[in-house]
Structure formats: structure tokens, C-alpha cells
Design a protein. Structure first.
Length: 219
């Protein structure tokens, strides 16, 4: 009987989760993507489920986990039992905010967290952090997030961060962890190739050449 009730509760929980208010246990802005998962692994994102009149119903803790090499945000109850999962992706919103957003498969937002790595110092911190990242369970998450942010800059005609990344790798290409940037560079190169084909400006073509050369050297 208890197992049946738990199964019913779990089904209702997963169905209602996207429709109820969700709050984070720690609202601090994330400035270092390479350490973001550590913040949530220790403190968790607290998912609060309330009924129609706002009364507390249940809660779960969200953690970044690695499933078959893919990073997923997983919500578990206090006993560690699985409740629901979502993918986390860095999004640039029209209001100028950069957020780490957790969405369901239907695109509904579960929760979003402020990300601030646009300053020179925080961007450099993320680049250095990716090279030194040893926990490969979360490597893909950081690679994808960093690439997405740089690509958004490129789409706006801003080449600065892409150039900074290449310059950094030209200096540290022989150091351990330099190969962590291969997926990042490949993603960026696709956007630069498109830009070069549309409008082959000298600065874009130069960046294109440097990225291609760097991929060959660190692979």
C-alpha cells in the first residue's frame, strides 16, 4: 500500500513540479562555471512544491550529476530517491541577463540562476578553471556553457572573448588540460566560419585561421 501511495505521489510531484513556485537555497550570482556545480552539490537548489492555496507540499534538492557522460540537473528527495531531472543551459535573455536555466523536456522553466562572467576578470577565471578542471563528470557542462557565451558575443560582432581565449591557449597549449578546449574551439569555429563566409573581414579571417591552427595543435 505504501509503495503504491509513493508511486502516486511521485507521479503527481513530477507532473506538478513545473507549475509551482521554485526557489533556490542560495541566490548568489555564479561567476565561475567550473565551480558552480560545487555550490549546488553542497547546498543544493531547493525545489518547493505548494498546493493551490500556497501550502507547503514537498521539496527536493537539485544537484548536477553525470549520467552516461551527460550532465543533468537531478532532483532527489531527502532520502536520495530520484524525483525528476532537467538539463541546465546558459541563456542570454533579452533584458541583458545571463542565466543558468533549468528547463523540462517541454521547455518549462524549473529555476534560473544568475551567471556573471562577462567581466574581464571573471571570464579569465573561467578559462583558467576549465584548463585545470579535473572532475570530468562536469567537463561537458562547462565546455558547452563557455562556448555558448562566446558564440553569443560573436553573433553581436564582439570578437574580444574569442581572441582572449585563443591568446591564452597559444601561451598554455602545451600545459595539462589544454585539450579541454577542443570542443569549445570547434563550436566557436562553426560560428566564425559562418561569419567569414557572410562577410570575410580581415579580423574575422585572422581569428578563423588562429582557431583552426590551435585545434590542430592541442588535439
Amino acid at each position: 500500500m505504501m509503495k503504491r501511495l509513493f508511486a502516486i505521489f511521485l507521479a503527481v510531484f513530477c507532473f506538478l513540479l513545473p507549475t509551482f513556485p521554485l526557489i533556490a537555497a542560495d541566490n548568489a550570482t555564479v561567476t565561475d562555471l567550473t565551480k558552480a556545480y560545487e555550490i549546488w552539490k553542497k547546498k543544493g537548489i531547493r525545489f518547493v512544491v505548494r498546493n493551490a492555496n500556497g501550502t507547503f507540499a514537498s521539496w527536493g534538492v537539485g544537484r548536477l550529476e553525470s549520467w552516461a557522460g551527460e550532465s543533468k540537473w537531478v532532483v532527489r528527495n531527502s532520502k536520495g530517491q530520484f524525483l525528476v531531472h532537467a538539463k541546465g543551459k546558459v541563456e542570454n535573455w533579452k533584458n541583458g541577463k545571463t542565466r543558468l536555466v533549468l528547463r523540462t523536456n517541454k521547455g518549462q522553466i524549473l529555476v534560473h540562476i544568475d551567471i556573471a562572467i562577462t567581466s574581464q576578470g571573471s571570464f579569465a577565471q573561467n578559462v583558467v578553471g576549465l584548463r585545470r578542471l579535473e572532475n570530468d563528470k562536469f567537463l561537458a557542462f562547462v565546455q558547452e556553457s563557455l562556448a555558448e557565451l562566446i558564440i553569443e558575443n560573436l553573433k553581436d560582432g564582439d570578437l574580444i572573448k574569442a581572441r582572449v581565449l585563443v591568446k591564452y591557449l597559444e601561451k598554455y597549449k602545451k600545459e595539462k588540460g589544454a585539450d579541454h578546449f577542443v570542443p569549445v574551439l570547434k563550436s566557436i569555429l562553426r560560428q566564425v566560419n559562418f561569419m567569414a563566409s557572410e562577410k570575410p573581414e580581415p579580423k574575422v579571417v585572422e581569428l578563423q585561421t588562429r582557431i583552426r591552427e590551435m585545434i590542430r595543435e592541442i588535439m
